[in-house]
Design a protein around this ligand. Structure first.
Ligand SMILES: NC(=O)C1=CN([C@@H]2O[C@H](COP(=O)(O)OP(=O)(O)OC[C@H]3O[C@@H](n4cnc5c(N)ncnc54)[C@H](OP(=O)(O)O)[C@@H]3O)[C@@H](O)[C@H]2O)C=CC1
Ligand SMILES: O=C(O)C1=N[C@H](C(=O)O)C[C@H](O)C1
Length: 250
């Protein structure tokens, strides 16, 4: 049985995970962390790690950037394996994650869905050929009107995987500031926010007289929760290191 602490347990993702884990015979939520301290499920909820009584095999985090320092303090102290899913982290927080991975198991992924992780692999294979043959690269992402960070962590991860295949690429997040043509070596990233859109990511390769558009649509948060559960089972008992969803999916 993999015992889990849910960080951000009462949020959209926290509640989806609570529901799916309650139906899984190999996993159990032993406690949640949430600023209200309100218990909505059959496990105790604490306002912070300072109050936490239980220990667990792994922590799953779906909270918010401002909550990550407290989470990292706890993981540095206890070396509890961490599945880190929140997006919009600062450079300083990302540096702390790198240091934590030297002493404890950490899996970081801006998107836990199978589809996006397969898309990341696909982009590794096609980007260089298309770019070197003159295709411009743009990303458009769409999310619900409650999302705090923009662009999405997934859009940045998609851009990063393409940047790694190319030389000297920069990101353009806002074309409204300067009146000029796009640079050849930029990846444009545009964010749309509205309604209850769960998550859409489209990568556009625009060439001369032809365009390739590769789009992933999340129709339910269950895809992220299922990925996080697989990641937690994978990470439980693992030695120190920084892991990714490609380690889980293979
Ligand atoms: N990697 C992935 O696959 C995915 C990542 N995400 C990311 O996960 C995060 C959460 O998304 P979502 O569930 O939609 O967001 P929600 O806002 O619905 O949930 C976040 C929860 O975290 C709580 N929280 C705030 N501060 C703390 C704290 N100090 N300690 C513990 N909990 C805290 C919030 O409480 P309160 O409301 O009181 O502030 C809220 O209940 C976002 O960063 C999102 O981008 C989302 C989906 C998929
Ligand atoms: O906030 C969300 O909802 C989501 N956030 C992640 C991101 O920023 O990429 C993943 C998913 O698209 C949903």
């Amino acid at each position: 049985m993999v015992e889990v602490i849910l960080h951000g347990c009462n949020g959209r993702m926290g509640q989806m995970l609570s529901e799916l884990i309650s139906k899984d015979e190999e996993m159990k939520v032993v406690a949640g962390i949430e600023p209200s301290g309100e218990a909505k499920n059959d496990y105790p909820v604490y306002k912070s790690f300072d109050e936490l009584k239980e220990t667990a095999d792994v922590i799953i985090d779906f909270s918010t950037a401002s909550a990550i320092d407290g989470l990292l303090d706890y993981c540095e102290k206890t070396h509890t394996p961490l599945v880190l899913c929140s997006t919009g982290l600062s450079e300083a927080q990302l540096g702390r994650v790198e240091r934590l991975a030297k002493v404890s198991a950490v899996l970081v992924s801006a998107n836990m869905s199978l589809g996006i992780n397969v898309l990341l692999k696909l982009l590794k294979n096609v980007t260089k050929t298309l770019y070197e043959n003159g295709f411009d690269i743009e990303i458009v992402e769409k999310h619900h009107n409650q999302k705090l960070d923009a662009p999405s962590g997934t859009a940045l991860a998609l851009a990063d995987v393409m940047k790694d295949e190319l030389d000297d690429i920069s990101y353009n997040l806002d074309r409204s500031k300067v009146r000029k043509k796009r640079e050849r070596n930029e990846i444009g990233i545009s964010a749309v926010r509205g309604g209850t859109i769960v998550g859409e990511h489209e990568v556009i390769f625009a060439g001369t007289d032809e365009v390739i558009e590769i789009k992933h649509t999340a129709y339910s948060r269950a895809i992220f929760a299922k990925g996080a559960m697989s990641a937690a089972k994978f990470l439980s008992g693992k030695s120190a290191g920084k892991y990714s969803m490609s380690d889980v999916i293979g």
